[in-house]
Design a protein around this ligand. Structure first.
Ligand code: PHE
Length: 477
């Protein structure tokens, strides 16, 4: 489409995609979910999904973005027309927009916690503090809806400013420094953990694969996390793919992103669990895991206030480069479809996500129990939103895989992939069958376990829907 920018550098997409992928998902969510789900078994499912399903779908998603060169919703609309498939495939874009909105709502609240800790570190408030003091400090933050709302507001407003002014495409140079710096400082924390913590126990916990340790819902969480961490299945990668230069290699980019993303998660996990076991903390302490263990290390480390301050600034940077990729697909859609200006589009998306984020804020205090979410789904609003994204992202990915695998023609795919026929055939096999089968398998496996009737019904409906859609696709393929 005319007017749609293309990034001039071949490497820009890679940087932007790494920026989107690496974020709170690696540093905060991966360790805490691993801890709650018994360690190795969770990692096994997570890693298998990344490599067998995530990478091929990543390629598919960038491919859809790059061939359509539009925002996900408009891009899918365009592709359903040019490929004479059912318009229902446009739901890939809509589902993605819903997922982006939900994720942004809680992402910003958690990033707000990092803002709080940046402040605590830089002011030296935690120097020398012990585990009890640090846990109590974290609990105090959670108990304060006012403070959490303040940080949430600051973080989302700042992200909005970047996307609204259209400068997010220019933050490459920042990322080029920040990403290696983040990795380096994680290594510092890991070394500290090896010396002062218990890296043996951590490695044992993370890499002993006993699949029986994993609850049924743990399967869904592990799969959801692998989509979450790669920013997959909700349009972010498609939106970025739309700006990707035609020369860049889809396959190499996807592998590089998955590799960097996994490496960061693993180093973060090892470092955090070394500290957890060293200090005798609980592995399953939930969303607070990173925010309690890391400050404990910084409290005690030489120059800890400074190292900790820099660390949390880098966490914030990683979170911002992810949150802008959550705003982009929806904002780009509003601009293309309703002729809004960028600032208008961003404001609408962000104000709505901000309001939704208040649900996450209160899930940790005034609405920590006894709400309608607890009555219906046996979980807090925040946990329910997380559950939805664990479903939406793999489902979106499944549909992306089916569409790219069945609707795009061989010559189109070959043109985008730019590789030999063997890899084309392998990739197509993966997105036509392997990915969809794996995702359906986890959905079906999980359904009886997740309480209530809403999730099973949703799940069954969705699977039937996807099947029906793929039948219609096949006719025209
Ligand atoms: N991948 C990001 C992270 O790990 C989160 C994200 C999900 C960003 C989906 C964009 C889209 O923090």
């Amino acid at each position: 489409m005319s007017g749609h920018n293309v990034w001039t550098h071949k490497g820009t997409f890679l940087l932007a995609a790494v920026g989107s992928a690496v974020g709170l998902g690696n540093l905060w969510r991966f360790p805490y979910l691993t801890g709650e789900n018994g360690g190795g078994a969770f990692i096994l499912i997570y890693a298998l999904t990344i490599f067998a399903v995530g990478i091929p779908i990543f390629i598919a998603e960038t491919m859809l973005g790059r061939t359509s060169r539009q925002s996900p919703i408009m891009g899918m609309r365009h592709l359903t027309k040019t490929h004479k498939t059912s318009r229902a495939w446009e739901s890939i874009g809509w589902l993605g927009a819903a997922a982006a909105f939900l994720i942004l709502s809680f992402y910003s609240v958690i990033a707000g916690w990092a803002l709080h800790y940046t402040w605590l570190m830089l002011t030296g408030s935690l120097v020398g503090a012990d585990a009890t003091t640090i846990s109590a400090g974290f609990d105090a933050l959670l108990a304060s809806p006012g403070l959490m709302t303040l940080y949430h507001t600051l973080f989302i407003a700042f992200s909005a400013l970047i996307v609204g002014l259209g400068i997010h495409k220019g933050i490459e140079s920042g990322l080029r420094i920040m990403m290696p710096a983040l990795f380096a400082i994680l290594i510092v924390v890991l070394i500290y953990g090896v010396i002062n913590g218990d890296v043996g126990a951590a490695a044992n916990f993370l890499f002993t694969f006993n699949i029986a340790d994993l609850s049924l819902e743990g399967w869904l969480q592990a799969m959801g996390q692998s989509f979450f961490t790669l920013s997959l299945g909700m349009g972010a990668i498609m939106a970025y793919g739309a700006y990707m230069s035609s020369e860049a290699s889809l396959t190499r980019t996807a592998i590089a992103v998955a590799f960097v993303d996994t490496a960061i998660a693993m180093v973060a996990g090892l470092a955090i669990f070394s500290l957890v076991f060293g200090a005798g903390l609980e592995t399953d302490q939930g969303p607070g895991l990173m925010f309690v263990t890391l400050p404990l290390a910084f409290a005690d480390m030489p120059f800890g206030a400074l190292v900790g301050g820099v660390f949390f600034i880098l966490v914030l940077g990683a979170a911002i480069s992810s949150s802008i990729s959550l705003i982009e697909p929806v904002a780009a859609f509003l601009v293309e479809r309703f002729d809004m200006t960028r600032p208008q589009a961003v404001t609408i998306m962000v104000v709505a996500a901000w309001a939704m984020g208040l649900l996450t804020v209160v899930s940790f205090n005034v609405w920590a129990e006894g709400t309608i979410f607890h009555a219906l789904f046996e979980r807090s609003a925040f946990e329910f939103i997380e559950l939805l994204t664990n479903i939406f992202m793999p489902l979106g990915g499944l549909m992306i895989a089916l569409f790219a695998g069945w609707a795009l023609t061989q010559s189109e795919v070959m043109k985008e992939l730019g590789t030999n026929i063997t890899w084309f055939k392998t990739w197509r096999l993966l997105v036509r069958f392997v990915g969809p089968a794996a995702v359906s398998f986890v959905f079906l496996r999980t359904i009886p376990q997740v309480e209530g009737y809403v999730v099973p019904t949703l799940g069954a409906l969705l699977i039937v829907g996807v099947f029906a859609l793929s039948q219609r696709l096949r006719k025209s393929a």
